[in-house]
Ligand binder design. Structure first.
Ligand code: ZN
Length: 371
């Protein structure tokens, strides 16, 4: 059953995860709402299952044997402080010490979440240390809790500490990396990453997301021209393979080429997939594979292949594992040995070709950024 038994990887891909990531407790919330007299308690969308099943699939098909397994470590407070205020750090600790609760805006946490959120930051820090030590070529960090909504002073949208943003600040400080591009393909707007680097011309934050999904009224094209350090690509609900590939070819890849990054970071959310309960986009694992392939080409062209993907959202326990597997296969080059059993059905869904409305959105985003 080991599909990857006879393959060999072309790149050394770091594979960073920890069982402790699955012990972050999002409590007995229902969907994303706190229980009340109108909301029956239940399972929070951001629960361990999607991530654990992704790890399980990577191991079940034998792909992990072609990866470089790495363990995340707890980081010092001054690394968290590269982005977050001491007040924010103290508040998270206090909520955990009191047994858990909402850490900010729609972000339930449990007693151990402070340490596990630190360890989630530790995932990308480990990836960067190994990358710049020359031990790996790229990495996938399957960490939890996610980070791209977290603001310097506020936990938001299931995110406590801004994993990717802290990693970028760390790369700037520790390894003197000059220019970094972040390409966020999570279905929600990467508002935290955008805010943190809004005035930093050396960090280009690109976000492809469903138009006005979360946070509300965030991620429009109106912020894209600011120092040319930010590019928002809001796509209409129902966007699929055609829209995402056009957005990459007409906008993402030219913007990356123009910026000439020294490091590529992907806040990697699989909630743009067709089976996600929170998003209404239609990507298949083949689309995630294709996007990864394009960004690897960009990384080869500009920064000797240096690329790190760090896990964000994705709430289909059924389908996230297949999207994640495709990305990691592509990163390592131990590619396409396993056939996604859902691929054919999702690729044939109506609306996968780009529509006029989707093309207009991409054109508008392009005019805002390049003119
Ligand atoms: Zn998301």
């Amino acid at each position: 059953m080991e599909f990857h038994k006879n393959t060999s990887s072309k790149r050394r891909t770091g594979w960073i995860t920890s069982e402790l990531y699955y012990w972050h407790d999002t409590q007995n919330w229902s969907g994303f709402l706190e229980p009340s007299t109108t909301v029956q308690p239940g399972l929070h969308f951001e629960n361990p299952e999607t991530k654990r099943r992704m790890q399980n699939l990577v191991e079940a098909v034998g792909l992990d044997q072609h990866l470089v397994p790495l363990r995340p470590e707890i980081v010092s407070t001054d690394i968290i402080q590269l982005v977050h205020s001491q007040d924010h750090i103290d508040k998270i600790k206090k909520v955990c010490d009191s047994g858990g609760g909402d850490a900010g805006s729609m972000t339930p946490i449990g007693p151990a979440s402070f340490d596990i959120a630190n360890l989630s930051v530790g995932g990308i820090i480990k990836a960067l240390d190994e990358l710049y030590s020359g031990n790996i070529d790229n990495a996938y960090v399957l960490s939890r809790p996610p980070g791209h909504h977290a603001l310097p002073d506020l936990a938001m949208g299931f995110c406590i500490f801004a994993n990717a943003a802290i990693g970028i600040r760390y790369a700037q400080k520790r390894y003197k990396v000059e220019k970094v591009v972040s390409i966020d393909w999570d279905v929600h707007h990467g508002n935290g990453t955008e805010t943190i680097f809004f005035d930093d011309p050396n960090v280009l934050t690109i976000s492809l997301h469903q138009n006005n999904l979360f946070p509300p009224n965030s991620g429009g094209t109106d912020t894209s021209s600011h120092h040319k350090s930010n590019l928002n690509i809001p796509l209409p609900p129902g966007s699929g393979s055609g829209a995402y590939r056009a957005a990459f070819e007409k906008l993402v890849l030219p913007a990356v080429d123009e910026f000439e990054p020294h490091l590529i970071i992907i806040p990697s959310g699989f909630d743009s997939c067709a089976l996600d309960p929170l998003g209404m986009q239609m990507l298949s694992s083949a689309d995630y594979r294709w996007m990864t392939r394009q960004l690897l080409k960009s990384a080869d062209k500009h920064c000797e292949g240096r690329l790190i993907a760090t896990h964000e959202g994705g709430y289909s326990a059924t389908y996230v594992p297949y999207c994640g597997l495709a990305v990691i296969e592509e990163l390592s080059g131990a590619s396409e040995c396993f056939e996604d059993p859902f691929q054919e059905m999702i690729a044939s869904y109506g609306g996968q070709s780009i529509s006029n409305e989707q093309m207009e959105s991409i054109t508008a985003a392009s005019i805002e950024y390049f003119s």
